[in-house]
Design a protein around this ligand. Structure first.
Ligand SMILES: [Zn+2]
Length: 80
């Protein structure tokens, strides 16, 4: 019940689900890495683009979630 309340609240107030997901480790949650998909996307972000991992697992670049560098504009979205 508590998790449900936090989840709902986060969706309303936070555009990035990153904070929510890192607060609740151990759940079987999969996330997909999405870049800004323009010429400014860095190489390490590009290699993660569209990749799906369980929350907390490393993406191809070695990062578990954005931002992985200053000015990183990537987001992760809950999938499945
Ligand atoms: Zn990025």
């Amino acid at each position: 019940m508590i998790l449900k309340i936090i989840h709902h609240h986060s969706l309303l107030t936070c555009p990035l689900p990153t904070i929510l997901l890192t607060l609740i480790p151990g759940l079987d949650v999969k996330v997909q890495w999405l870049t800004a998909e323009d010429d400014l996307v860095s190489e390490e972000c590009e290699m993660n683009d569209q990749e799906v991992r369980e929350i907390g697992d490393e993406f191809p670049s070695g990062a578990t979630e954005p931002p992985q560098h200053p000015n990183c504009r990537c987001v992760i979205l809950k999938v499945g």
